[in-house]
Write a protein of this length. Structure first.
Length: 366
């Protein structure tokens, strides 16, 4: 998503292979429809998508929506006002909808009222959190065990990171974001020229070659992916993918990683991939003079993750199974004594490798 937006803002043509563009993904479209309707209750198109594709509209079928549209055409009123009438919140004659659909629409109206009221007092990122919760999207994706659903949740968290950058705007944050996102999505529909940047996944790149290749996000938890750390076979498959990416370059290869990345909705310091450290030093040109030895991912390239805890935690040892309130289950990979404390490197199942101070991390030993 950041690459797409950067290319759009720089007016650089690009094509995306091996996946949907960020703003074309279903979960992003659903979330944007919800935000658009919060900003404009007369937006019947967005309301229709919210009712059709989010859990908020569960049990409200096509026939009910058709009746709402028929009522809106006859009365020349927005659909939302018809729903308000069904909830007893408007003095207009309500649509001819009764029984369970009417009760469900009244509940929808109650939820939407809560979101409108919240939009007056919450930061945009906080409003988004509430909207995901009340619409059922958070439960649908966050609590799912299906990797595809989890990926959708991660996309929503990426969208949240964008929204958080508008928190400082103030009262006009939602409208400012929607105006900017409209520009981005409009640019996505352009028929780009043949001379363009190609954004492609490592899997889709097999068998292809390019004069210049940029491998981005070469960090622990991304490449190798956090889920691959549980299996040596999966880890080796990730290494093969990294090799595939490197060998796509005919002339120049750039490997990049970030110092800080927004993950799961929060800023987190990164650790460069162990695969980078396996490249012979003499083959690496960092662009700032002679090549320097690559540090191990276990070295303190990142600040410790700070959480509240007591200072009287029991000593930790390599191989211990631990639990962290944010990162979940993991296994201690390394332990170093730092003055009167312990600096521990933990391989978490879902979030990859993290370096923590034992006195602050509040790790529970299984």
């Amino acid at each position: 998503r950041p690459l797409e937006e950067a290319l759009i803002r720089a007016d650089i043509p690009y094509q995306l292979i091996g996946g949907l563009r960020f703003y074309e993904r279903k979960e992003i479209k659903d979330a944007l429809a919800l935000l658009r309707f919060i900003a404009n209750p007369n937006d019947s198109v967005s309301l229709q998508r919210v009712l059709a594709y989010t859990p908020l509209g569960a049990g409200i079928g096509d026939r009910t929506w058709q009746e709402l549209e028929r009522w809106a055409a006859l009365t020349r009123q927005p659909v939302a006002r018809g729903i308000a009438a069904l909830a007893g919140q408007s003095d207009v004659v309500p649509p001819q909808i009764s029984g369970r659909p009417a009760r469900l629409l009244a509940e929808v109206w109650g939820t939407l009222q809560q979101l409108w009221e919240a939009s007056e007092r919450l930061l945009l990122s906080e409003l988004f959190d509430l909207a995901l919760e009340r619409s059922g999207l958070a439960q649908l994706y966050h609590d799912a065990g299906d990797p595809e659903q989890i990926e959708r949740w991660e996309n929503l968290l990426q969208l949240r990171s964008v929204l958080a950058s508008y928190d400082s705007v103030g009262d006009g944050a939602l409208r400012a974001f929607l105006e900017e996102s409209a520009l981005v999505t409009d640019a996505d529909t352009l028929d780009d020229a043949s001379d363009q940047v190609t954004l492609i996944t490592l899997h889709a790149a097999k068998g292809l070659e390019f004069p210049v290749v940029f491998l981005t996000g070469v960090e622990e938890g991304l490449l190798p992916h956090a889920r691959s750390l549980e299996s040596e076979a999966q880890l080796e498959e990730e290494r093969r993918l990294f090799y595939v990416g490197m060998t796509r370059a005919k002339q120049r290869l750039y490997i990049t990683y970030t110092f800080r990345r927004a993950r799961f909705g929060a800023a987190d310091l990164s650790v460069r991939s162990r695969f980078v450290d396996d490249i012979p030093v003499h083959l690496i040109d960092r662009g700032d003079g002679p090549a320097r030895p690559a540090a191990s991912p276990a070295q303190p390239l990142r600040a410790p993750v700070l959480t509240s805890a007591g200072a009287s935690s029991p000593p930790l040892a390599v191989g211990m199974r631990v639990f962290h309130a944010r990162f979940g289950d993991g296994v201690v990979a390394e332990v170093r004594t730092v003055q009167s404390d312990q600096e521990v490197v933990v391989d978490f199942k879902r979030h990859g490798r993290k370096t923590l101070l034992a006195s602050l991390a509040n790790l529970t030993v299984d």
